[in-house]
Design a protein around this ligand. Structure first.
Ligand code: HEM
Length: 275
């Protein structure tokens, strides 16, 4: 058990370091490509530029193995889903970077520009999706978080804090009112955002009141810690609800955007080979 935990932590650290180095490398590469665009080392019609177009386009087809593996057991029997997902995100960056070099970071004909911007929008949207995804999962490759487990965590922090006898009735009432608000069923991104802001303001007020009431007592450090844990549990619930809604909204747009990119890419390929 201990061995597995430390191995998992080691893998996690390796992934974080790899992600950071990869991001730095890609940003540097993009900057270099952009700064060299007037040198015209690369042309899209022939040689390496043409090959980059084929390779980048093909990689963007290969990354579709992830959505496919979500729907087919055949692929997940070969490779676990989280690896397909990692592969998807890797190719989702490498493919578009190749296309940017293929285009030499310059605009061209109308059909090329539409295809290029569609790709940038889809890949950019992927980065947002990744951000929302991480907030509703246990890390990028972990299981999906459930509201149930967050509620259980809150219940345990609630019991811990409310068992503290130093807490007066006024304070308890206030905390209960906030908790009730957090647990209210609501839908929609705006309602979720409003609740997250409301909690942030309430948390600040609680902190102020806590300091005023307990600062010079020996209970201060203990209660401060208990309240902080309780507020964190409340925050996790509001944040989860917000990111869950943002992610489902994102999903709604990502797929049509992807099809738009596919169609514009096909039109672009036909157009450049016909004229
Ligand atoms: C041009 C490049 C890309 C294309 C064509 C693409 C395409 C897709 C498609 C078709 C889906 C499946 C949607 C569904 O199952 O409903 C998807 C999901 C996803 N993509 Fe991409 N993507 C690209 C780049 C990226 C990048 C760069 C990232 C992040 C670094 C990313 C992150 C995600 C995430 C987080 C999901 C949702 C995963 C899930 O719901 O299980 N994508 N993408």
């Amino acid at each position: 058990m201990g061995q597995t935990t430390s191995t998992n932590r080691f893998i996690k650290i390796i992934l974080i370091v790899f992600n950071k180095l990869f991001a730095i490398f890609i940003i540097g590469l993009l900057f270099y490509g952009w700064s060299q665009r007037d040198s015209n080392y690369i042309t899209a019609e022939s040689g390496i530029g043409y090959l980059l177009g084929i390779a980048g386009g093909s990689l963007m087809l290969v990354l579709l193995l992830y959505p496919l593996s979500k729907r087919s057991q055949l692929l997940t029997r070969l490779v676990p889903l989280r690896f397909w997902f990692g592969f998807h995100m890797f190719l989702g960056v490498v493919g578009p970077v190749m296309i940017l070099f293929h285009a030499n970071f310059q605009l061209g004909s109308l059909n090329s520009n539409i295809a290029l911007f569609s790709m940038i929008i889809v890949a950019g949207s992927g980065l947002f999706g990744r951000y929302f995804y991480t907030h509703i999962h246990h890390g990028l490759y972990g299981n999906r978080i459930s509201l149930q487990e967050l509620k259980q965590n809150l219940a345990s922090e609630h019991n811990n804090l409310f068992a503290d006898e130093s807490l007066d009735d006024g304070f308890r009432k206030r905390l209960n009112a906030i908790e009730q608000k957090v647990m209210e069923p609501y839908s929609g991104v705006f309602a979720s955002f409003y609740h997250a802001m409301l909690l942030a303001t309430s948390a600040r007020r609680i902190k102020k009141r806590l300091t005023e009431q307990f600062r010079n007592t020996e209970d201060y450090a203990r209660i401060k810690k208990e309240v902080a844990r309780y507020v964190l549990a409340l925050r996790k619930i509001t944040a989860f609800k917000l990111y869950e809604r943002l992610f489902s909204l994102w999903h709604l747009f990502h797929l049509p955007l992807f099809f738009m990119m596919l169609i514009t890419a096909v039109v672009h390929i036909f157009a450049v080979h016909m004229y």
